[in-house]
Every structure is written in C-alpha cells, then in structure tokens.
Design a protein around this ligand. Structure first.
Ligand code: MIC
Ligand code: SF4
Length: 666
C-alpha cells in the first residue's frame, strides 16, 4: 500500500476496480469482506441465490443473526434456519443468535486494518474504528459483492476531524460522537468520509473509536475511519489476532488536496451530552437536562456495548441499587463481552444492582422488545432516537453515554455523571480477552454429514419480487407528501413488523404505517386504476438504516418515482436497485405547489433518462384547463445507475445488459 495521502485515499486506491480517486466521480471498489444480519440478510441471500453463483468470492463473508431473535411464532426461527443452510452451502461463516451484534462481533473477531468491508447494515462503519473502509449498503449490493462484483459509489470527499487534547473523566467516546452530530447534523453529508487524525486519537482505544465511527452513520457519511496504530495492535493482541495488524497512518499530502476540509475538535472541551427527542442531532449538554425524571435506562446496542462500556457501568453500580422507579436493561454487545464481564466480576455487580440482563442482540435498539411505557422518558446508549423507533410513539428517548445512563439508573433522574461524587472508574482493556468462537459456525461444520446442503425455506420466505422496466411516460398520483428528514423507520417500520422481512407482500402492508396508516390502501387503489404511485418529500429523504425494504416494499406497491429536495446515500442506492426513479426538485419552491392526490405525468421519461435530457413533471391537477403546471427536476445518477433504472432494477439490469448514452456523472 502506498504511504502517501489520507488513509481513506490509500485504502481506496488499493482497492480500485474502476475509476480513480477523484471526489465526486463514480468508482468501483473491490470488497474483501461482507457482513449481513438476519433482518436484511434473508432478502440479500434470496437475491444472491438468484445470481446463480456457486460460492462466495470474498476473502470472508459472515452472516450474523442479531436483530430478529424474539422467536414468537415460526417466522424468525425459519429465517434463521434458512440463513444457516445458505451459509453452509455458499461458504459463509454463520454467527448464531445470541453470539452478539454483528458490528461488535465483527470488530472483535474479523475486522482487519486496511481492508474493505461491505455490510447490509448502516452501522457497518463501526469497523472504521480499526482502520477499515467499512460501508453500509442495501442487501442486493452486498449480494453482488459476495458474488465478486465491485461496489459502486461516489468517490468520497474526505473531511479531516483533528482531535486534540484528551477527554476529561466522565466524558466519553459517545460524547465525541454526539459532538460530531452537533457540528455536522444528520443531513448534508452525503458523499463524505470522516477521517480522524491528531494527537487526541492516540488517547482513544479501538472500542472507543468504533463508537465514534458507528455514529458517523447518523450524519449520513459514507464511512468514518481511524488510523491503525499501537492502540489497534493492543486491541488485536487482546483478541489473539496480532497477526492481522498493519500500521496505517495518514501520510504526506503533497498536493494538499486529500482533505476537502479540516475541523478541529478539542477533546478537553467536550462535556457529557445527550441527543434529545426525536433526532440524533438534537444535542444538549446533560447538565441542562438535569433533574428530569427517568423511567427506563437501556445500555447496549452496537454503539456502546463493549467490555469497557459495561465494566464502567458495573463499577458505577457496584454496591448500589437501581432506583425503584427505573427499569435498567443491559444488553452486552457480544457473548465475548458477556463472558469477559462475567470473568471480571462486572456481571455480578450488574445483577446485584437490579439490572435486567438481556440477550446479546439489538433488542431494545430496534424496538422489538423492552418498549418504554406511554409517555416514558428512556435514556439509551444506542444511536437512533427517531420517534416511535423504541416501539412506543409517545416515549421520549435520549441518547447518552453509558456513564450518563448509569448515573440516571441510580438517581432516577437525568444526572450529569460528574455530579455523582464518585471517583471515575478507569477500565483498562484486558491483556487478552477470553475467546470462545464456538457460536460461529464454519461452513464445513454445518454440513457434517457430507451430503450437499439442502437450503431450508419456511412458509414465510417468498421469492424476491421483480419489477417492470421504466415506462415511456410515468402517469401517476401523489400518494403521499412528506416533510424533511423522513427516515427509513418512517417508510417501513422495524420493531414488531420486522418478522415479515422475508415476505414482501405482507411487509408492504406497513409502508408509511408510522405516518399514514391509509397509504397501503391508497397505493393499492392507484395500482388497480393502472397508475403508478409517486412519493413527494422534502430534504434528506431516507435517513437512517440500510434496509432495502424501504425501497422494495414501495416498489411492490407500484411506486415508480420519488421527487424530493434531497436524498440520503444508501436509500437512494436502494431506490435505484429496485427501479424507482429518484428525482430532485430543480426549484425547491415547486415542492410547495404539489398536493397529495395530484395527478402527475412525467412525459418521455424513458427517452429523457436514456439520453440524459432534462426531465419535466406535469402536475395535471394544477392550472386545470391548460396543460397542467410544469416543473423541472434533475437526477444525480451515473450512466450505470440510469441504465439500472431503465431496466427496472439491478437484477434485471444484469440480465439485460442495457447501456445508455450521454454523460450524467454525479
Ligand atoms: C437499524 O439500526 O435501523 C437497523 C435495524 O440495524 C438497520 C438495518 C435493518 O433495517 O435491518 C440499519 O441500520 O441498517
Ligand atoms: Fe442493531 Fe441497533 Fe446497531 Fe441497528 S443500530 S445494528 S438495530 S444495535
């Protein structure tokens, strides 16, 4: 690997399959490793099967089961069995339910500095904490990578985040992540990478760096990356994986063009912070919220469930009891964390204090368990507090550090942990973790009989739907008009609905359920009339998760275009993969002129897209009697993406080999 330039540039250049390192231009990256989790995994593997490839072509692919582990009914269990049989058949490692959250386990057991990782989960950048380029994507893109195809993306603009100084006691990596969200917010960061530099980086361990990289996902960046240095070596050594270490430090930037911008963050100045309801960028100092009554405290999730996180909480709670009015839930990030806090005595302190010890899974974070009571205040160490995500619409979720969470568990109120009057428990990483990988199945082990592995398909697992090519003209109705910051949790809820991830016809009934329960009915009626459904939205449409169901289910309901002020990266890629045209208002004022129910026509759209000509939308419900009100929209699509939409999505594109004319690079 060259020793010149930013870490981002060095890893990308080492993995370029197409294009060159020019921010904003389309590039294709060779992918060394993939990860999937069960909620996105079944659909990803159904699509992988459709590619007809005998075996995964990556250096390593791991299938985790960590999201849908509440097996109330056969659906989840059937999915797990399907995933296990697919892993055995195609050469994929299988991390059993209970072994831990994909990002935590991947960091511990598989992440390698300098490599690329593509994961069907938006928090895949967690592995950036070890010095990987780790990117979240839709399941179909991950399926393609498992099949050996490169991953296409816009070459990122790299922002240097220069950390100086050192965190004060009781101030943590989570507070740094929240500070970054305060500075950059949840929108406007598409196509960027945050690269962490500076003396302050040396004061952070790998799990702390991983917490910060994890929440870059909330800013919408492509990924976040840290150097690989002595701390990285120490972490890998503790994981008995020193052989995976390489040093990776940003080199000279002779042309001075590797970083688009540089922002300094003084770690000494950060104080305990909280993200207030209902967005991860709604940041306030904990001190300003002090005294607010707390009903629930949840510690865990892929952001803050490491050994250090839980041992710190255990030390704070040692010899104390959880406040009588608070329920405390602790979900270790992995079985390794659980085993090691048990060995170190932390688990006993947590149990004695009155914590409810949950499984090593996503659990509360995805809202499929431990939902708070009506109107409750819940303090969580997770990364998203979108309205209703906890499973309780009226609940108020605050995102905080494990230290702040533990303080509230004791006092029953939001408390600045510095005011607890305790000595800060500095927890060092063990020299060597206790390691037991017996819940990670090697492909050969699952087919112990030597007979060809039979893929198990339960009745809830349907074939992935296919979609028609883009029509010459889109004639449709505005089925829903939305505001800014619509998340994928709004588009297709997770929580209790998540068990239908493998059954698109059923899951589609819940599209936009949190916002408009009539959407499914209206969309079905439009389809019966032989028209398409069109979604109109404001800024930053599709924030949050990588779930391709937020595109797949609308496509199943006849959505052919989304017209928005701006889109988030992963969701836009998913729309393209399922043949939905993402259009951007040329004049933002036109957004105000459209109403739900309006009849829209997008004439000659097929020809215009193919030839990269201006696309025009005609609102036939406005200026009646004339030709309707016409407004201009644009796309931010590469040639390849335009071809995919023309074909009706990525799978039909691969089969059809359609190619288009003209420029149109993003
Ligand atoms: C999330 O945190 O929202 C999820 C659930 O992990 C999603 C993936 C999914 O919807 O299955 C994500 O972050 O991509
Ligand atoms: Fe799981 Fe929550 Fe992390 Fe998503 S954000 S992977 S649901 S722990």
């Amino acid at each position: 690997m060259s020793d010149r330039g930013s870490i981002t540039r060095r890893i990308i250049e080492e993995h370029l399959a197409e294009g060159k390192f020019e921010p904003g231009e389309e590039i294709a990256l060779r992918i060394d490793q993939t990860l999937t989790q069960d909620a996105t995994g079944t659909m990803a593997y159904l699509q992988f099967e459709a590619l007809g490839i005998a075996e995964v072509k990556t250096e390593l692919s791991v299938s985790y089961v960590d999201h849908n582990t509440i097996q109330s009914g056969f659906e989840n269990a059937d999915d797990h069995r399907y995933l296990r049989s697919i892993a055995a058949k195609y050469g994929i490692l299988f991390s059993k339910p209970g072994n831990g959250i994909c990002h935590q386990v991947h960091l511990e057991r598989f992440a390698i500095p300098g490599k690329t990782l593509l994961g069907s989960d938006s928090h895949t950048p967690t592995a950036g904490g070890i010095g990987m380029i780790a990117i979240g994507a839709g399941g179909l893109d991950v399926a393609m990578a498992m099949g050996g195809s490169p991953f296409y993306l816009s070459c990122p603009h790299v922002i240097a985040l220069n950390l100086k100084g050192q965190l004060n006691p009781w101030v943590t990596a989570k507070d740094v992540a929240l500070k970054v969200l305060e500075l950059f917010t949840t929108r406007g960061n598409v196509g960027r990478v945050f690269e962490y530099k500076g003396e302050g980086v040396k004061t952070l361990s790998v799990p702390e760096r991983a917490t910060i990289a994890n929440m870059g996902a909330e800013c919408g960046v492509t990924t976040s990356v840290f150097p690989s240095d002595d701390n990285t070596l120490q972490f890998l050594r503790a994981q008995h994986r020193a052989h995976d270490w390489i040093e990776l430090i940003a080199g000279d930037d002779p042309d001075g063009d590797d970083y688009e911008d540089s922002v300094e963050i003084d770690l000494n100045e950060i104080v305990p912070l909280a993200a207030c309801p209902h967005s991860p960028d709604n940041i306030k100092p904990v001190a300003e919220l002090e005294g607010m009554e707390v009903n629930q405290v949840c510690i865990g999730s892929c952001t803050n469930s490491s050994f250090k996180d839980l041992m710190t909480v255990a030390k704070i709670l040692e010899g104390k009891k959880v406040h009588p009015d608070v329920e405390l839930i602790v979900a270790p990030g992995s079985r390794q964390v659980l085993q090691n806090i048990a060995i170190a005595g932390g688990l006993t302190s947590l149990i004695n204090a009155g914590a409810r010890i949950a499984e090593c899974t996503c659990g509360f974070c995805i809202g499929n368990s431990y939902s708070p009571a009506t109107d409750a205040v819940s303090l969580r160490t997770s990364n998203r507090n979108f309205m209703g995500r906890s499973g309780t619409k009226s609940a108020k979720v605050y995102l905080v550090s494990p230290e702040t969470a533990a303080a509230a568990a004791i006092t029953g109120r939001i408390t600045d942990p510095r005011e607890l009057g305790l000595k800060y428990p500095h927890i060092a990483l063990p020299e060597q973790f206790y390691i037991d990988d017996s819940m990670i199945l090697q492909p050969a082990r699952t087919s112990a009989t030597g007979v060809e592995v039979k893929v198990y398909r339960g009745p809830n697992i349907g074939a992935p739907p296919s979609f028609s090519p883009l029509p010459d003209t889109i004639s449709g109705l505005v089925t829903i008009k939305l505001g800014d910051n619509i998340t994928t949790d709004h588009i297709i809820p997770a929580g209790s609905r998540m068990k239908y991830r493998s059954n698109i016809a059923k899951y589609a009934e819940f599209v936009f359920e949190p916002l408009d329960r009539q959407f499914y009915k209206r969309a079905s009626e439009t389809m019966r009339k032989g028209k398409y459904n069109i979604i109109v939205a404001g800024d930053s449409y599709g924030q949050g998760s990588s779930r391709e169901h937020a595109a797949l289910c609308p496509a199943f309901l006849g959505v052919k275009a989304v017209i928005a002020k701006s889109f988030e990266r992963i969701h836009m890629a998913n729309l393209i993969n399922f043949g939905i045209l993402p259009l951007i208002f040329d004049s933002r004022a036109d957004y105000g002129l459209i109403d739900r129910g309006d009849e829209l026509e997008i004439p000659d759209v097929r020809w215009r897209l193919a030839n990269n000509e201006q696309i025009v939308v005609r609102d036939k419900s406005k200026d009646k009697g004339k030709n309707g009100y016409e407004f201009k929209v644009r796309t931010q699509l590469t040639k390849r993406e335009r071809s995919i939409i023309l074909a009706g999505g990525l799978l039909p594109y691969i089969k059809s080999g359609i190619k288009v004319n003209g420029g149109g690079e993003r």
